[in-house]
Design a protein around this ligand. Structure first.
Ligand code: GLC
Length: 515
């Protein structure tokens, strides 16, 4: 267990952030749904991994139309997850363990259940402009050609206002009008509220969608080269457009300086770049002085973690230290299937890809157990994106299957029936891996302890790519990542490696030489 002092909560330059999806972490009530007290109980697990911080996905009141990213009240706790007192306890426990606390801020939209939206629909003059309302075209059709990021049109008709409202995601997630000074004042209040409760930083959901061109011009058609640059699956019609008007127009980048001002200088702010053909460039622009500390895009996980995608990020980023490096999240199928063959060998190699990364690292609960993506029956799935393209969707819900803390029954996640079926293979649990020296869990702990204690300054001095091999040079360490299946020769035995190696490194392995 870590014994870092609780008073020292200054942020390291390249923090390791462990993402917790609260509904799926640990249930203390038998409801089958994880809760805040469950997080309190298991927080030491993140500290034992060597994380600097935990990031909590939304725990706010929500109808869970989009897994909690459809917030009905930004300044309260979902009653199924606990109380504000539980939250305060969670922060206190985290700080005792030397962990900082980052919470998700979903500012792009609210749930249609939010009181603000209901008042806006009713035409209450105070709330009338809180959302993005637009008249239909004379023929009754939508105001422009914008599409939601999940594919369907971005406008939904409201018969009471006789207007359309805009939504970047589902029709249950109306976009806030962030140009309205009253809405901005609300967001400031929300950020201050959580800072006053001891929160140390924020993950800004969908930061790229926050602003759009108020003229509501049609997006042009994406040229083939633009479309090809969009990472990931190309089957959503969203990729047919060049998102010059609905994503961060001219003044969009400047908006993040508001977030910085509201959050405070000492808060760590990391933004999620959800889309676009300029993902890495946008990350760099968002994470400049006065803006975010870091931003991350989907390029590496969606490529399946290839040497080419890794090098591409290093080439395109102004400073790799501003990029968030990650492979798994609540939005991606578990990475061991796409980026690996599901084996412990690959899990350890990919753990070192992350543990040696030149910037903020995001770990997602369960990846440290080498979990692979479980198959879910359609009836169990609630995720709107998975359901829209079932069975070909991304598999976001599979990544949210609860954590196996022990073997047997419901794996000590719950005494009730878990909200998603848990079909983990035998031996996958924390309890078993904790006592197995060769386990993926023990490897993650060792790798991230090494990053924290022995790798020193993680500002890249140099890097190179030779086919499937990436070499990183830091002031105090040298790293070789072999993404390919072939063995490669190396000079000398590394001080730390994903598999034992001498003279040559096997395919899909990584080594670190300390100075
Ligand atoms: C972010 C979240 C994702 C959610 C979307 C809309 O991308 O990570 O889960 O569906 O925003 O809020």
């Amino acid at each position: 267990m870590t014994d870092r002092p609780s008073s020292d909560r200054r942020w390291p330059d390249a923090p390791v952030i462990y993402q917790i999806y609260p509904r799926s972490f640990r249930d203390t009530t038998g409801s089958g749904i994880g809760d805040l007290n469950g997080i309190v109980e298991k927080l030491h697990h993140a500290a034992d991994l060597g994380a600097d911080a935990v990031w909590l996905s939304p725990f706010y009141p929500s109808p869970w139309d989009d897994g909690g990213y459809d917030v009905a009240d930004h300044m309260a706790v979902h009653p199924a997850l606990g109380t504000m007192q539980d939250f305060d306890q969670l922060v206190a426990r985290a700080h005792d363990l030397g962990l900082r606390v980052i919470i998700d801020q979903v500012f792009n939209h609210t749930s249609t259940d939010a009181p603000w939206f209901k008042r806006s629909v009713a035409g209450d003059p105070v709330y009338s402009d809180y959302y993005v309302w637009a008249n239909p075209k004379p023929d009754g059709t939508q105001p422009n050609n914008w599409l939601s990021q999940f594919g369907p049109p971005a406008w939904t008709w409201n018969h009471i206002r006789q207007q359309y409202y805009f939504h970047n995601f589902t029709s249950k997630q109306p976009s806030l009008n962030l140009r309205n000074p009253d809405v901005q004042a609300e967001l400031r209040t929300i950020m201050r509220f959580w800072r006053d409760r001891g929160v140390d930083g924020f993950r800004i959901d969908a930061v790229t969608s926050l602003l759009f061109d108020p003229s509501l011009k049609d997006n042009p058609v994406a040229a083939p080269e633009v479309r090809d640059k969009v990472s990931g699956e190309n089957f959503v019609p969203y990729t047919y457009q060049d998102h010059v008007h609905d994503l961060l127009p001219g003044d969009g980048i400047d908006f993040v300086s508001n977030l910085r001002e509201w959050a405070g200088e000492d808060a760590f702010i990391i933004g999620e770049v959800t889309s676009g053909n300029q993902s890495i460039e946008l990350c760099s622009r968002l994470a400049t002085d006065g803006g975010l500390d870091a931003a991350y895009a989907t390029d590496l996980p969606e490529s399946g973690a290839t040497a080419q995608a890794y090098a591409d990020i290093l080439t395109r980023a102004d400073a790799p230290g501003q990029i968030g490096w990650w492979l798994s999240s609540h939005d991606q199928p578990r990475h061991l299937g796409k980026a690996g063959d599901g084996s412990a060998h690959d899990a350890k190699f990919l753990a070192l890809v992350l543990a040696t990364a030149p910037g903020t690292v995001l770990l997602y609960q369960g990846e440290e157990l080498g979990l692979t993506q479980p198959e879910l029956p359609r009836a169990a799935v609630t995720d709107p994106l998975d359901l829209l393209y079932w069975p070909d969707g991304p598999g976001r819900e599979g990544a949210r299957v609860p954590i196996p803390w022990a073997e047997g029954g419901n794996r000590a996640f719950t005494t009730g029936t878990p909200w998603l079926p848990m079909t983990w293979p035998e031996g996958a649990s924390v309890a078993v891996q904790h006592i197995d020296e060769g386990s993926v869990l023990r490897f993650y702990r060792a790798a991230f302890a090494l990053r924290r204690d022995r790798m020193g300054d993680l500002t890249l001095s140099d890097w190179s790519r030779d086919g499937q091999i990436i070499r990183l040079t830091y002031p105090d360490a040298r790293v070789v990542l072999n993404f390919g299946p072939e063995a490669a020769s190396i000079d000398g035995t590394p001080d730390f490696a994903s598999v034992p190696m001498d003279g040559e490194m096997p395919g899909r392995s990584a080594g670190i030489w300390l100075r």
